[in-house]
Design a binder for this molecule. Structure first.
Ligand SMILES: Cc1cc2nc3c(=O)[nH]c(=O)nc-3n(C[C@H](O)[C@H](O)[C@H](O)COP(=O)(O)OP(=O)(O)OC[C@H]3O[C@@H](n4cnc5c(N)ncnc54)[C@H](O)[C@@H]3O)c2cc1C
Length: 457
């Protein structure tokens, strides 16, 4: 069915622009395990014009398109099938413009977040969205999933950093909406159609980001807390720091599994209720450090913190962050697992985690759960295994995790999106009228359902 289409694509993109066979299967659709990509081809456009030509031709031939960024998404959003074609933005990896005065950067969709950071820092600027997958996650993928990450507490999610973008609709129409202005109330904010839409309404090809001056101070500490009330008091105290940039909670099972002697040093001994990574980034090195230390000292004196270590060098800051970001290590320890990314009021998180743990253990004696997350912005990640990875087990675990959220008014996806793995549970967080409106938007822009067809719904 795609043969004629692929002939057209080879003529358009050249042989290096069309991958087939083993070159497709050697890529994984999952960041934590090897799940070979299944598709008739991977197309690698070099510019927006080529993306437009691909989608126009796909519309003529009735070909289904699945878009790939860095393939670090954890909700199955890049899942494709035989008979479908992948469009990867990997060759659209240019930084288009850095505006020092307006403090904006325009980047193509295939630029990695690490490369965006480097481009900003080379000009004394800072792009504050940061996540463990920064080396592979892309501009397009983070926009499509509205990625949050480590510093949402201070600078917001991807949505808060995007001033404008360019996208190609399923029929090949290019919508160039590269706004650079903070204030621009001229009708519908069209960029929002594509931010967090998980590639269901169009392919993002470039974006204008709002950046900030590069901070000159950077403090990181790991703090042990004796109980949940102490964790909440620590959060409240740290939020008095205008320079607070991260507040990340690690539960003991995760902490213990990623700080084994053969893996990496353990900054603080075991035995605490939880371990909090706190970070501050500011613009006055001397007073930032003094304020950071003063709050931590007070927390130790008051017994809110049972122990703490403050990094004294860049290497130590990186080592503390590595404990928090060793998700791959923790995941290996309890594989096979299901990952969850939920959001609820910070005061409710502990009770929610205990509720899920109790229900899991009652249903599955072999259940194990690791917990960590961006608690400063109400977001917790659960990694759960209950034994063999069967559809029945998956469904039962999903039901426990999501149904326990309902009384708390929580969201079943804080930042990872719905993808193809969680669509059955969208109803937990969205009411029928919201889902109907979302479907109507999809129907308007992609009536034949040819773009990421199994994502979201
Ligand atoms: C170790 C690790 C840590 C992580 N930490 C975080 C975290 O802290 N916060 C967080 O939010 N996420 C996190 N993630 C999840 C993941 O990195 C994000 O979802 C990221 O935004 C995905 O970007 P990507 O380029 O890899 O997109 P992909 O995985 O390639 O794609 C994700 C979705 O976006 C669509 N898409 C990709 N590019 C485009 C485009 N140009 N136009 C339209 N649609 C597109 C795809 O079709 C898919 O539906 C983490 C993942 C890993 C592996």
């Amino acid at each position: 069915m795609t043969a004629g289409f692929l002939e057209d694509m080879t003529a358009l993109l050249g042989s290096g622009g069309v991958l087939t066979g083993g070159d497709v299967a050697m890529r994984s659709a999952d960041p934590f395990r090897v799940v070979p990509v299944v598709a008739d081809a991977i197309l690698r456009p070099r510019d927006t014009g080529e993306v437009s030509a691909i989608l126009a031709a796909a519309a003529r031939h009735g070909v289904v398109i699945v878009t790939h960024g860095g393939r670090t998404g954890v909700s199955g959003g890049v899942d494709s099938r035989a008979g479908e074609v992948v469009v990867s933005l990997e060759r659209m990896n240019r930084i288009v413009e850095v505006d020092l005065v307006g403090r904006t950067i325009i980047a193509e969709a295939g630029v990695t977040i690490e490369a965006l950071h480097a481009a900003a820092e080379a000009s004394g600027l800072y792009y504050p969205v940061d996540l463990g997958a920064r080396g592979s996650a892309t501009v397009g993928g983070t926009i499509a999933t509205n990625a949050g990450g480590n510093r949402t507490l201070r600078w917001g999610m991807t949505r808060d950093r995007v001033l404008g973008l360019e996208a190609v609709l399923p029929d090949g129409t290019v919508v160039s909406s590269l706004n650079r202005l903070v204030k621009n109330n001229t009708g519908y904010d069209l960029k929002q159609l594509f931010i967090g839409a998980e590639g269901t309404l169009g392919i993002v090809t470039q974006a204008v980001f709002r950046v900030v001056p590069k901070p000159i101070s950077h403090e990181v500490a790991m703090v042990a807390v004796p109980d949940n009330a102490a964790m909440l008091r620590l959060l409240d105290a740290m939020q008095h720091l205008v320079s607070l940039s991260a507040f990340e909670l690690i539960y003991p099972e995760f902490y213990e599994s990623v700080t084994q002697p053969e893996v990496q040093p353990r900054p603080l001994p075991l035995g605490a209720h939880g371990y909090v990574l706190v970070e501050a980034m500011g613009y006055d090195a001397a007073s930032d450090r003094a304020q950071f230390e003063a709050i931590l000292e007070r927390m130790l004196e008051e017994g809110v913190a049972s122990d703490a270590v403050i990094a004294q060098s860049e290497a130590q800051r990186a080592a503390l962050w590595k404990v928090r970001e060793s998700v791959d290590v923790a995941v290996k320890a309890i594989f096979p697992l299901a990952m969850f990314d939920v959001s609820l009021g910070v005061a409710d998180i502990d009770l929610y985690v205990r509720t899920v743990r109790e229900r899991l253990e009652a249903a599955f004696p072999a259940a194990k759960m690791i917990v960590q997350g961006h608690v400063g912005d109400n977001n917790i990640h659960l990694g759960i295994t209950v034994g063999p990875d069967t559809p029945a087990h998956e469904h039962a675990v999903d039901a426990i995790v999501y149904e326990a959220l309902v009384p708390f008014g929580g969201s079943m996806s804080a930042e990872h999106g719905i993808g193809t793995l969680k669509n059955e549970w969208l109803r937990v967080s969205r009411n029928p009228a919201e889902i109907a409106l979302m479907r109507a938007i999809k129907q308007t822009l992609d009536p034949a359902n040819r773009l990421n067809p199994r994502v979201l719904f």
